[in-house]
Design a protein around this ligand. Structure first.
Ligand SMILES: [Zn+2]
Length: 367
C-alpha cells in the first residue's frame, strides 16, 4: 500500500480498514473510486486552495460514508456496502419492465425481483441479495448505460456532500469541539457516541446537501452543453434541462428513499441528520433555485412539477414491483406542518451556525 493508503487503512481500521479488491466486482469499485477522485480534481482546477481529500473504500458491508481529518489531511471513506447497494438498486430498477417504459426496448427485460423491492422499502431490513448484482443488470444497452449514469450521479451526490463537510469547515469545527472524530452519514440504531448539538449537525447536513445539489446542476449543465461527452444512446436523456433534471431526481430521490425508515417525527430534533424526506425536498428546491439564470431553463414551477412527478414515478414503480400499493410516505412526510416547520427552522438556524464555521472554512460560506 502507498503511504496514503496505509494511513486510510489505519484511520478506518475499526470499521474494516481499506478495501482491497478481491471479487469480480473489481471493475465497478475501481470505476466508482476513479470517478469520485476526478470530481475533486475537476473542482480544484479552478479552486486550487481547497484541500484535496484522499478518497477510498472501507471494507464494510454496512452502507455508510465518512469524512474525517488526521493532522492536516482529509479523508473520505465510502463503504463497500454503499457502492454495492447503489449498483444493485439502479441496475434492478432499470431491469424492471415498468420503470421508464419509454427507454430502450422493454420486451427483453427480466421481471424484477419482488423480494428485493420489499426489502427496499425499509433500509434497516435491507440485506444484500445472494446473487451478484450483475445478474440483474439491464439487458437493453441503453437501459444498461442509463442505469450506470444514474448510479454515477447518486454516487457523485454523496462525494460532493462529503467534500462540502471538508471545504466549509464542518469537520474542522466538529474536530475543535470533540477532538479526533469523523462525520458519519447513515444513522445507526442505538447511537451512543458523543456528538455535537443535533440541530447544529442537522444544519451542517442541509448545507452539505445544498452544495451537492448545486454541483449536481453544474455537472448536468456540462452534459447538456457538451452532448459529445455521452454515448449517442444516452444523449436524448440529457439534451435539455427537463429530461436531465428528471434523471438527476431519479438518482437523488432514490438515494434518500433508501433511508425512509428514518422519517419519524418523534425524536426528530435529536437526530444527527434531518429526516430523509426533508432532505429530498430541500435538495430538489435547492437544485431548482440553482438553475435560476442558466441558459434555456424552463420556469421553476414547471421544474417543481417535474421533480414531484419523477419522485412519484419512482414510488409507483416500487409499489408495483413489490406488489404493494405505492407508498408515498417519503414524498409527503416533509409537507406535514411539524416537519416543514422543522425544515424552516434549520434554514434560519444557519445564521447561528455560520459564525462557528468561519475559523475553519476553506471557501466563502454560502448565505
Ligand atoms: Zn453529511
Amino acid at each position: 500500500m502507498t503511504p496514503l493508503e496505509s494511513e486510510f487503512d489505519l484511520i478506518f481500521k475499526n470499521k474494516g480498514g481499506r478495501y482491497i479488491n478481491r471479487n469480480s466486482d473489481i471493475q465497478d469499485l475501481a470505476w466508482s473510486l476513479a470517478s469520485s477522485r476526478i470530481l475533486i480534481a475537476w473542482i480544484r482546477r479552478t479552486e486550487a486552495h481547497l484541500p484535496e481529500p484522499y478518497i477510498d473504500i472501507i471494507d464494510n458491508i454496512e452502507p455508510n460514508a465518512f469524512a474525517t481529518k488526521s493532522g492536516s489531511k482529509y479523508f473520505i471513506g465510502i463503504t463497500y456496502g454503499a457502492i454495492v447497494i447503489f449498483q444493485d438498486i439502479f441496475y434492478r430498477m432499470y431491469s424492471s419492465k415498468i420503470f421508464l417504459a419509454d427507454v430502450g426496448e422493454q420486451v427483453k427485460e427480466v421481471d424484477a425481483d419482488e423480494k428485493f423491492f420489499l426489502r427496499l422499502t425499509h433500509m434497516a431490513q435491507f440485506a444484500l441479495p445472494d446473487d451478484p448484482p450483475t445478474k440483474s443488470s439491464p439487458i437493453n444497452d441503453i437501459r444498461f448505460f442509463l442505469s450506470f449514469q444514474i448510479m454515477k450521479m447518486a454516487f457523485e451526490f454523496l462525494v460532493w456532500h462529503e467534500f462540502a463537510h471538508i471545504i466549509y469547515g464542518h469537520l474542522g469545527f466538529v474536530h475543535s469541539v470533540l477532538g479526533s472524530f469523523e462525520i458519519r452519514e447513515m444513522k445507526r440504531e442505538k447511537e451512543t457516541r458523543k456528538w455535537i448539538d443535533p440541530l447544529i449537525s442537522q444544519t451542517l447536513e442541509v448545507k452539505a446537501d445544498s452544495y451537492a445539489a448545486i454541483r449536481g446542476m453544474d455537472i448536468l449543465e456540462i452534459l447538456i452543453s457538451n452532448p459529445g461527452m455521452l454515448s449517442p444512446g444516452l444523449r436524448p436523456y440529457f439534451n435539455d434541462w427537463s429530461v436531465a433534471l428528471k434523471m438527476w431526481v431519479f438518482a437523488t430521490y432514490t438515494f434518500f428513499r433508501l433511508f425512509s425508515n428514518q422519517n419519524i417525527a418523534t425524536g426528530m430534533k435529536k437526530a444527527s441528520h434531518p429526516p430523509p424526506s426533508v432532505r429530498s425536498h430541500l435538495v430538489l428546491a435547492v437544485a431548482i433555485s440553482a438553475l435560476d439564470g442558466r441558459n434555456n431553463v424552463p420556469p421553476s414551477r414547471i421544474l417543481s412539477k417535474l421533480c414531484v412527478t419523477a419522485a412519484a414515478e419512482i414510488e409507483m414503480v416500487f409499489g408495483e414491483i413489490s406488489q404493494n400499493v405505492p407508498d408515498f410516505t417519503h414524498l409527503i412526510f416533509s409537507t406535514q406542518d411539524e416537519i416543514s416547520e422543522h425544515a424552516l427552522f434549520l434554514g434560519k438556524h444557519w445564521n447561528n451556525v455560520m459564525p462557528l464555521l468561519q475559523p475553519f472554512t476553506f471557501s466563502p460560506l454560502p448565505e
